[in-house]
Design a protein around this ligand. Structure first.
Ligand SMILES: *[C@@H]1O[C@H](CO)[C@@H](O)[C@H](O)[C@H]1NC(C)=O
Length: 256
């Protein structure tokens, strides 16, 4: 007994560092390989972005990667005109880069357009600054009531906005968008799993986009007492098919 104990001790203590180093190795190697994969992925992503250069926005709108629904709305305008007709007379767009949407809408005959930019307009370009000066575009925090009287617009369109709001704020913002419109509210939301916001947009919103499924939205609209405009939804689908337009975003039509 007394002989075995001392003889075991050195054996144990010598085997411990060995086990220790084995453990370390088997722990370190998965971490190392994960790190290598991550670095590789970053390099690949960086390469594909730098490779695409000027065509990034075109590619984005085609491939569904890094989709901006604000870009998407510009493709959807002809379809929306078919659906809403006269209701496109006085349009309010709410969302980032609203100047681009307002400029595009103002090119349409018989359409007046205004825009609410959820974030500051400090780095706006000349065209945008001019829209701000003329009172077409203003910055406003969409988490609060919009600075417009009820029924100020015939149609309200919002893009790249609802994905960033928690249900608590959705409860305030969506009814408020409906409040300022007479003929309807069109919501562009991202598809789940889509890579959404450009990284440069994240600080603006303070939280990343959370794209919800169509069934989540439809359940949400019902629970919040918002009514889907079924006639407009149907008309939009028909017109989109006819015009070979495939939306890169989910588009919901609500009644005012
Ligand atoms: C949003 O409003 C609905 C209906 O009034 C309510 O049932 C729900 O709890 C609200 N959600 C939040 C997060 O406040």
């Amino acid at each position: 007994m007394s002989r075995r104990v001392p003889s075991r001790r050195p054996a144990e203590s010598s085997s411990l560092p060995l086990f220790g180093s084995l453990n370390q190795k088997s722990k370190a190697s998965p971490i190392l390989s994960v790190a290598l994969v991550v670095v590789g992925a970053i390099l690949l992503i960086g390469y594909s972005y730098s490779g695409s250069g000027v065509s990034t926005s075109v590619r984005d709108s085609l491939s569904g990667e890094g989709v901006s629904c604000t870009l998407e709305v510009q493709h959807a305008i002809p379809v929306l005109k078919k659906v809403y007709g006269d209701s496109m007379r006085k349009v309010l767009h709410v969302g980032p880069d609203t100047c681009t949407v307002v400029s595009r809408l103002l090119k349409e005959d018989d359409t007046e357009a205004w825009g609410v930019e959820p974030y500051d307009l400090e780095d706006a370009d000349g065209n945008c600054k001019s829209l701000v000066r003329k009172g077409f575009v203003r910055a406003a925090d969409i988490k609060f009531s919009l600075p417009y009287r009820p029924k100020s617009f015939s149609l309200v369109i919002t893009t790249d906005t609802v994905d960033y709001l928690t249900p608590k704020y959705l409860n305030k913002t969506i009814p408020d968008l409906a409040r300022v419109s007479t003929d309807g509210l069109v919501i562009f939301a991202g598809y789940p799993g889509q890579h959404r916001a450009k990284v440069s947009e994240l600080p603006k919103f303070g939280r990343p986009a959370k794209s919800r499924s169509a069934s989540w939205w439809l359940r949400y609209f019902i629970s919040a007492g918002l009514k889907e405009n079924e006639a407009a939804t149907k008309k939009f689908e028909q017109a989109a098919t006819k015009m070979s337009y495939k939306p890169g975003c989910q588009i919901f039509h609500l009644s005012s």
